[in-house]
Design a protein around this ligand. Sequence first.
Ligand code: HEM
Length: 535
Amino acid sequence: HAADGKRNGDLYRDYVDDRNAKSQDTLYCTSNGVPYPHPYEVQRVGENGPLLLQDFHLIDLISHFDRERIPERVVHAKGSGAHGYFKCTDNLGDLCFAEVFKQGKTCPITIRFSTVGGESGSHDCARDPRGFAVKFRTEEGNWDLVFNNTPVFFLRDPAKFPHFIHTQKRDPATHLGSGDDSTMFWDYLSQNPESIHQVMILMGDRGIPDGYRFMHGYGGHTMKLVNKEGEWVYAQFHMKSKQGIKFLTEQEAATKSPDHSQKDLYYAIENGDYPGWDFCVQTMTPKEAEELWEKQKINVFDLTHIWPQKQFPLRKFGEFYLNENAKNYFAEIEQITFNPAHMIPGIEPSADPVLQSRLFSYPDTHRHRVGANYQQLPVNAPRVPYRMANFQRDGQMAFYNQGPRPGYLSSIEPISFRHRSVDLNKVHNNFIGDAITFLSEIRPEDFNAPRTLWERVFDDGARERFIGNVSGHMSTCRDKEIIKRQIAIFREVSEDLASRLEKATGVKGYDGISGLRFNGTHNGMAKDSSLRAAN
Ligand code: HEM
């Protein structure tokens, strides 16, 4: 325990609180917390001699400086962000059972806007789509929308994405950016005509928004919303700027500061002029989606197409505002990680191949860009009204390592599970249902090969040694209940095996596994199996 009575493990919260520290309350220290009298005091031999290796203060300073940069985002590297809140204005419960869609619900949010192709110091007024990513910190976990300011995209085949992006990066040989040489860009587009709708938007007026406040946000992808009856519809989210749309011409853009959008957003919020967006959704039944394909050849899994708003009108259900600038850009905006796979119960991905690939790509890049424990950083950590538990342990910078609780699904220190109120088998009956049946159900056939091993492969000596090995190993097992359960499993293999083990351990096992409860697994779901266990 520390001198003030706090447990040492709790002290890190003080670091998290430094966001609000005033400079006059602080004391200059080395990274291990030792006060240091002067930041420019180097230790050297004599007046003009070389420096000393023992000068920890200097080495501490410079070696940390050497490591200041993390990889910039491979796309969307230049961005701006702020914090705010979402409010549900109109109940969406008929479509979706997510708690946050109940009228009156609010939650904190953080948004990051960005350009796409440029590097982290590039110009804010580039002709480029704009990223529009929102993290909703709901009571059911974080929900991220990783949107753009255009309703369509350049491609519908995810394998084209790295090719397309490389056409906007520097030329491998000349190292010139696409601003000086547009050959690669047009080479790609002229070979991939499905990009044309997005190209037209990009080259039109909306290609250079006049700051991030004056643009809409679009998911582009089709999602699924599920209600509490388990019925689902396809959905597309839209965010409509309350400020309206403003854009810059090519000539106007050339006169602006490279940080035009950053300045505009930061000072609007600083001056209390909080930008806001209406949050709307378009929906479509699976039957309507089939008809849309048959009659209009619009495939809902193709994000190069829009859903016509006349046929599928926008329905407003909420709004959100930005009312707080980051106090530390790196901690709160650069290190934020948005992931399209972060969905809350009631929202599901569709089969859109580009969306499906993005579900993998973002957390993959986050582990590389920020590190394996990126979800523990304050800006990324969920703020949920329950104590989160899982079995993700250790790794670099494991701040929140879940205490002394065992790192496996233990029967001695069980954790709790919240069952979904809706059976997702109805929504994804082609895969989840089969996986649960196939992978988790215990069937009589599971014991056939072990029985052969015991009865036919082992000879008398092997059986004797086997009993000795198992009972010897179990002698250090602290919980008799576990031994009883394991003997029940051996009994499904062979009565002879189980009763010999009972003698050797001195523990009477259960009769069999039917009726046993297994912590957190689906064992025993087989309806027609004699081994069916209650769960
Ligand atoms: C950022 C991949 C398509 C919107 C990123 C990042 C990657 C990526 C690796 C960097 C993330 C980070 O470092 O945190 C892909 C792939 C795509 C794809 C593989 C297609 C196969 C799209 C589409 C949209 C989009 C269709 C919009 C509808 C964004 C946004 C960001 C981003 C807004 C910036 C997020 C932030 O501010 O942190 N993308 N992307 N991307 N992407 Fe995509």
